[in-house]
Design a protein around this ligand. Structure first.
Ligand SMILES: Cc1cc2nc3c(=O)[nH]c(=O)nc-3n(C[C@H](O)[C@H](O)[C@H](O)COP(=O)(O)OP(=O)(O)OC[C@H]3O[C@@H](n4cnc5c(N)ncnc54)[C@H](O)[C@@H]3O)c2cc1C
Length: 508
């Protein structure tokens, strides 16, 4: 047999995706768009009986790249998903009750003479001679004033670097992607998978049995069955690494509510710390998404509903939706001919809105390592190693919010303060606390700006700053900082309110 014929025989002819939540439809939409109609058959099986988690409404700016790959018209997408724009996350009561800070998208200030901006700011701040870090971030200043616009083509102005994401209705988003995928040839089947057959010879998935009695065969199976992990764990027993020792919240109750009549639509997610866990607030065009993430060890479901409803700004819509998980990652998210994408691959709580991004990055890795000519173990190992590392970095970043705190008003916070975190996170915190140094490692998702916002926001105070800062005189540093500060304030003055921006371009 010549090589071409051998490769043809190994070619993937049938891709079967199980699960029609956000993960399933994001995957189906991308495969349909990238592979086109003629490369292979793509079928997605979902079960109305089981339903989806119906959460996952706040995103990070990387989602724009996903939209670009699909060629989505952004205004159309915002209208159809009742979306709003997001410039960052406000953290309230995390360091101490009454405190708050913004983790904005985009830089603080601008690097000077190759030294990161924040070192200059640190020098002045340590002497009480400069406003808070937030004032040097266009995203943070605009977010707090309820302002939004897309980046402008304006050279060096901070208005050319506006970085944004979206809040949207998760159910409408899945519907939107479903229509997109089905139009491009994905076959959608309603049905419940009740059995998974593995090949005796090598343990690969051979076929799935639906409740209707139909048997579905395939070459590549994508497990998007959410926390159930029906294929990767249920059938293949791949194994799971548990991280609940550093992220003890294991339950959430989600309950949207009606929005309060107000003139200001703030473009940020809010995460408000509680005695145990935290509450999210996600403003959409037609309602507000709310949820309480809590440790079941310290809070009962009944208490959780009471705590959440007491803090909701409007009348609840629908019944409380409880979600339970074990924090951690699948030992291998690609095992033989099965790739787990979404909650089936692993989960760290939604504090930094990373769930949908992880789906997007899994799809990107799958496309880069796509098994065009059969399954190659080196490709699979590369995929698994990268997926695990990506999630470990995100875990550390989220753990930082719990570890670096002065709160000790409950057993929960005392546990978090004293828990042992990964050596890598501890080293990052130690490095920052000495001289304010921050480095992004291994292309991790969160960059120096994000680490700075959260380390500073959570109350870590460096003893010093980069020594090369002292090359400039204090007067010169003060002059430059004042200039950056005033450019940002003036730039924000020219921005429209988010409410007006949406009314003009993308009202649902
Ligand atoms: C509390 C919470 C809040 C979150 N907030 C955010 C956020 O703000 N931002 C963010 O980016 N991410 C967030 N996430 C993560 C995000 O919700 C998920 O990553 C995303 O919704 C993907 O879910 P999924 O598609 O993997 O699973 P699901 O939505 O659970 O979908 C699973 C699918 O599998 C199907 N299925 C299951 N079993 C079978 C079967 N036997 N036969 C046929 N079909 C089956 C179901 O019908 C369903 O269609 C949050 C997650 C949680 C738990």
């Amino acid at each position: 047999m010549n090589q071409a014929t051998a490769n043809q025989q190994k070619k993937i002819n049938n891709i079967v995706i199980v699960g029609g939540g956000t993960a399933g439809w994001m995957t189906a939409a991308t495969l349909a768009k990238v592979l086109g109609k003629n490369y292979c058959d793509i079928r997605l099986i979902e079960s109305d009986q089981i339903g989806t988690v119906s959460v996952g409404e706040a995103t990070i700016p990387q989602i724009s790249l996903f939209n670009k790959i699909l060629g989505i018209d952004e205004n159309d997408f915002v209208k159809k998903t009742q979306a709003t724009f997001k410039l960052g996350i406000e953290f309230v009561d995390w360091t101490k009750k009454g405190g708050g800070y913004m983790h904005p998208f985009g830089d603080h200030g601008t690097a000077m003479d190759a030294i990161q901006f924040h070192h200059y700011w640190l020098k002045m701040h340590q002497q009480g001679k400069s406003p808070d870090l937030e004032q040097y971030s266009l995203a943070a200043v605009a977010a707090r004033q309820g302002k939004f616009m897309r980046p402008q083509n304006m050279g060096n102005s901070p208005l050319s670097q506006i970085n944004y994401a979206f809040h949207f209705d998760a159910t409408l988003y899945a519907d939107y992607l479903r229509d997109f995928a089905v139009e491009r040839g994905v076959i959608r089947s309603e049905g419940k998978v009740i059995d998974v057959s593995l090949r005796d010879s090598d343990g690969f998935i051979d076929s799935l049995l639906l409740e209707s009695g139909e048997r579905v065969a395939g070459d590549l199976f994508i497990d998007c069955t959410g926390f159930k992990a029906l294929l990767i764990e249920g059938a293949m027993k791949t194994g799971f690494i548990d991280w609940s020792d550093v992220l003890p919240c294991d339950t959430a109750v989600a309950m949207p509510c009606k929005a309060k009549e107000t003139d200001v639509l703030y473009p940020f997610t809010q995460a408000k710390a509680q005695k145990s866990g935290w509450i999210w607030r996600i403003p959409l065009q037609h309602r507000v998404g709310n949820g309480y993430v809590y440790p079941s060890k310290f809070v009962s479901d009944e208490e959780a509903v009471n705590i959440l409803t007491a803090q909701m700004e409007g009348e609840p819509i629908g019944k409380p939706n409880f979600l339970r998980w074990t924090t951690g990652v699948r030992k291998k998210s690609w095992n033989k001919n099965c790739v787990a994408i979404g909650l089936s691959a692993g989960f760290v709580e939604p504090l930094e809105s990373t769930g949908l991004h992880l789906i997007q990055s899994s799809i990107a890795k799958l496309m880069s390592l796509f098994p065009h000519q059969g399954f190659d173990q080196t490709d699979i190992d590369t995929y698994n190693a990268q997926t695990k590392t990506d999630l470990e970095y995100i875990r550390d970043f989220i753990v930082l919010h719990y570890k670096a705190t002065d709160r000790d008003d409950s057993e929960f916070w005392r546990y978090c303060q004293n828990m042992k975190v990964s050596d890598r996170l501890q080293a990052k915190m130690d490095l920052y606390q000495k001289n304010g140094r921050i480095f992004r490692q291994d292309n991790e998702l969160f960059n120096e700006t994000s680490w700075l916002a959260v380390m500073h926001g959570q109350g870590l105070n460096p003893q010093g700053y980069h020594p090369l800062v002292d090359i400039l005189s204090e007067e010169e540093i003060a002059r430059r900082l004042e200039h950056i500060y005033s450019v940002i304030q003036k730039s924000v003055d020219t921005m429209p309110m988010q409410k007006d921006f949406i009314a003009k371009y993308c009202k649902a």
